[in-house]
Design a protein around this ligand. Structure first.
Ligand SMILES: C[S@@+](CC[C@H](N)C(=O)[O-])C[C@H]1O[C@@H](n2cnc3c(N)ncnc32)[C@H](O)[C@@H]1O
Length: 297
């Protein structure tokens, strides 16, 4: 299977779909969420984006669907081009799909041998090999610390810099053999997953893209329109949580002269929705998911 969708019914319910409405799935992937949205539309439309050409090849043949091969940070321009604004709902299922991680040659997985690539969009220049072999030690340290929440990030950065003076670190396997010894015994997989997550976030500029998406969403949603986001690590979830609450990254609510809260969204999920044990047993990817829903005021 290309990708097993996470919290499928919960996220579709969160969109509160109007059959004649306009919806956007900004992370098409294997099209699991898009397929469910399409089932609920009569005269409505769905726009689906993905920055990965291979995901775009999974297109669904449906007259109500328009596929867009792009990073979702450009979403508003595309929807303006298609005369599709305002929209009734936006869905983002962040991160990578199983297909991407299972294609060893794409370099996302600690388990498979492949070039250090990690680009979701192959048209982009920056790849993980460059980050590992060309970034200064201090930047590697920052990336491991902030994006990977890695223990002793300085140690990993220093080991990479020492090794690459002798020979560039070219493959996922070389990186794993180099850094594995840093992990606590029995925690090698978790440690390497954090290192890879940090590199992937840097290569794809994932947090910046998410911020741009959230900021633009306010100007794209119709009043009462829904914003549904599934995130898979705390850095993403914190951005989503704060933005839903306050419309900014700090989470602090601004008030007007009369003390009224100046917020663009109403939070529907006070606490994030997580996956039940049964779903996690079938799909381990669901373990870390946090689903948050908000509505444009
Ligand atoms: C978790 S998968 C989505 C799975 C999908 N919901 C399904 O049910 O099959 C995430 C997808 O989003 C894409 N993606 C991640 N960040 C993106 C971005 N900034 N712009 C466009 N696509 C992105 C990835 O290429 C991947 O295909």
């Amino acid at each position: 299977m290309y990708h097993r969708s996470v919290l499928l019914s919960e996220s579709i319910e969160g969109l509160a779909i109007q059959p004649e409405g306009i919806y956007v799935d900004v992370t098409f992937g294997g099209g699991g969420h898009s397929r469910e949205i399409l089932k609920k539309l009569t005269t409505g439309k769905l726009f689906a984006l993905d920055q990965d050409a291979e995901a775009i090849e999974n297109r669904i043949d449906d007259p109500h669907l328009t596929m867009i091969h792009s990073n979702f940070r450009h979403i508003k321009n595309f929807l303006m081009l298609y005369n599709a604004l305002p929209v009734n709902g936006i869905l983002a299922d962040l991160g990578i799909s199983s297909f991407q991680i299972d294609s060893g040659e794409r370099g996302f997985s600690t388990r498979f041998e492949g070039e250090l690539d990690m680009r979701m969009d192959k048209r982009q220049k920056l790849h993980a090999g460059q980050v590992v072999n060309e970034y200064p030690e201090e930047r590697l340290y920052e990336i491991f610390k902030t994006y990977g929440e890695v223990d002793h990030p300085g140690k990993a950065a220093a080991m990479i810099v020492r090794a690459r003076k002798v020979h560039p670190v070219k493959t996922t396997g070389e990186l794993v053999s180099l850094l594995k010894a840093n992990a606590k015994r029995g925690k090698e997989h978790k440690y390497m997953a954090q290192i890879f997550q940090a590199l992937r976030i840097e290569v794809n500029q994932e947090l910046d893209a998410l911020k741009e998406l959230l900021t633009q969403s306010i100007g794209m949603l119709d009043t009462g329109g829904r914003l549904v986001v599934l995130s898979y690590h705390s850095l993403e979830d914190k951005l989503v949580k704060n933005f839903f609450r306050s419309g900014n990254w700090s989470g602090e609510i601004e008030k007007d002269f009369y003390g009224n809260a100046l917020v663009p969204l109403q939070v529907i999920t006070r606490k994030p929705i997580t996956a039940k044990e049964a779903e996690i047993a079938e799909n381990p990817r669901a373990r870390s998911v946090r689903l948050r829903i908000a509505q444009k005021i």
